[in-house]
Design a protein around this ligand. Structure first.
Ligand SMILES: [Zn+2]
Length: 255
């Protein structure tokens, strides 16, 4: 897949380069293409055992879709200025590291599709993660270390429903930010009622029960149910409209 140059230029665009994106070729992906996701850890995130394995397991369960072959790799440990995952991406430190291929004297070899940084930042104070084209970050390594296996946590139904625990929420945000890195927006998220519970899909996630969120926005043509008096749960399966959008992903993400 000859996307490295295109993607590097796109990364530079996200951090304010004057490189023109207008000349980018229309790259197309074949049906058998690979979706490359690479995961790095802050030094503090790297102190927890089992985090990389848990991420690999959940990504495999949720991103193994029929239109690509998922290739997950571990980039290693990077030295970053903060554990505030959202800030590292929104203020450019992590996108710039991916674009330039270096951070703090260490090489950062980018993946073509998603470059995810996991820190041990707080998952209590929003924003807890951030995603821009091809680049994402999320906090909560300690919660991922405490996360149960997918098989234990998530029901075996088609909608892959789990309780809304802090470890599950953290992994849900991780999927959400990867969704952003692949061009998905909050409008690709839905929530549905299952018994006495409202279940949020990854691109809506906890916005489903955020009173400040505009619930009247169009979300895949379905209304978001009222969460008052209902339990809350998470779906580890992307909504059908998110899947349609992912099916059209061709390696380029609109900036
Ligand atoms: Zn978001």
């Amino acid at each position: 897949m000859k996307l490295a140059l295109v993607n590097r230029r796109a990364f530079l665009g996200t951090v304010g380069s004057t490189l023109s994106l207008a000349t980018l070729a229309y790259t197309t992906r074949g049906a058998a293409d690979t979706l490359e996701v690479r995961v790095w850890f802050s030094e503090q995130a790297a102190t927890y055992d089992g985090v990389a394995e848990r991420i690999r397991e959940y990504l495999t369960a949720t991103f193994s879709l029929e239109y690509w072959t998922l290739a997950i790799s571990i980039g290693g440990t990077v030295s970053v200025s903060s554990e505030d995952a959202a800030r590292l991406t929104s203020r450019g430190e992590w996108p710039m590291a991916v674009a330039t291929g270096a951070l703090g004297g260490r090489e950062v070899e980018p993946a073509s599709d998603v470059n995810l940084l996991v820190t041990d930042g707080s998952m209590e104070t929003a924003p807890t993660g951030y995603g821009v084209p091809h680049v994402a970050s999320v906090g909560g390594a300690r919660h991922i270390a405490a996360l149960e296996s997918f098989e234990t946590l998530v029901d075996d139904g088609p909608r892959s429903i789990s309780p809304n625990t802090m470890p599950a929420h953290t992994m849900h945000v991780l999927l959400h930010e990867i969704g952003h890195a692949l061009g998905l927006g909050h409008k690709h998220g839905t929530a549905f009622v299952d018994g006495d519970t409202v279940v949020a899909t990854p691109m809506l996630s906890s916005y489903a029960w955020d009173p400040a969120y505009d619930h009247d926005r169009s979300h895949c043509g379905t209304a978001i149910p009222d969460t008052n008096g209902r339990h809350r749960a998470l779906s580890f399966s992307f909504s059908s409209c998110a899947r349609r959008e992912l099916a059209s992903y061709d390696g380029d993400v609109a900036l």
